[in-house]
Ligand binder design. Structure first.
Ligand SMILES: NC(=O)c1ccc[n+]([C@@H]2O[C@H](COP(=O)([O-])OP(=O)(O)OC[C@H]3O[C@@H](n4cnc5c(N)ncnc54)[C@H](OP(=O)(O)O)[C@@H]3O)[C@@H](O)[C@H]2O)c1
Length: 214
């Protein structure tokens, strides 16, 4: 049974392709969203007007405070700028990916000693980090959602160490029209990183499970 999460306050940090798409979808699903970028809320007027009631633009610290749950969708290389205090005690969805050519090289990631999500979790020690929405292209996130049971519905892998946090994220993924597939612990999240077989693959649930296990 998919858990249903109603009318949450959600803070989204990062207002680009992924953050903007999630804001649109989550407002449509009945949530109240605050969204932030790095340049300030006044630069988000157009996006907020387009999405309409249900979304407001704040700065990143305020959006973190606003959310009962937060989503981070920024270039991974800037994760250290995120405000740990406002995110403490909250589920934080990590949609980020590590692209060294964009983010700068990090030897710990290049050697696969750890993952970008574990580095984020270490920066946010009091948050429950769940890796989700990092595998799907933003325009597919916008366009490919389907009702539960639709034969064309695709899965989205989620990884994290906190079962309750994953339960909440599963509900949000479902509301956006996708099946959340449990990919294991945050460390297991390496199986849904760029280069992994499931990355960008838009798979139905069964095949997604098989490829994660392979
Ligand atoms: N594009 C995709 O299809 C896709 C799919 C899955 C995952 N991802 C991953 O999701 C993340 C975001 O990708 P995107 O394509 O949405 O990027 P994008 O369109 O370039 O947007 C990035 C957003 O992050 C904001 N930002 C940067 N640093 C920030 C900070 N310190 N505090 C607050 N906001 C900050 C930017 O604000 P300013 O413009 O004001 O700096 C911008 O709104 C990346 O890690 C990417 O790899 C992308």
């Amino acid at each position: 049974m998919t858990p249903v999460v109603h009318g949450m306050r959600i803070g989204i940090i990062g207002a680009g392709h992924i953050g903007g798409t999630l804001a649109r979808g989550l407002v449509a699903a009945g949530h109240e969203v605050a969204i932030a970028n790095s340049r300030g809320p006044e630069t988000l007027r157009e996006l907020v007007t387009e999405i309409g009631p249900g979304v407001r633009a704040l700065d990143a610290a305020q959006a973190a405070e606003f959310g009962e749950l937060a989503i981070v969708a920024i270039p991974f290389g800037r994760y250290a700028e995120l405000p740990p205090d406002g995110l403490a005690g909250k589920v934080v969805i990590d949609a980020n990916n590590y692209y060294p050519e964009r983010d700068g090289h990090d030897a710990r990631l290049d050697d696969d000693r750890t993952t970008s999500s574990e580095l984020l979790a270490a920066h946010l020690p009091q948050s429950q980090v769940v890796k989700a929405f990092n595998t799907i292209r933003w325009d597919h996130l916008r366009d490919r959602g389907r009702p539960a049971g639709d034969p064309d519905r695709i899965g989205i892998p989620i990884a994290g160490d906190d079962q309750e946090a994953k339960r909440v994220v599963t509900g949000l993924v479902d509301q956006l029209g996708f099946d959340a597939v449990d990919a294991g612990s945050l460390a297991d999240g390496r199986r849904q990183q760029p280069g992994a077989p499931v990355y960008g693959a838009d798979l139905r649930t069964g095949e997604l499970r098989d490829r994660l296990a392979a």
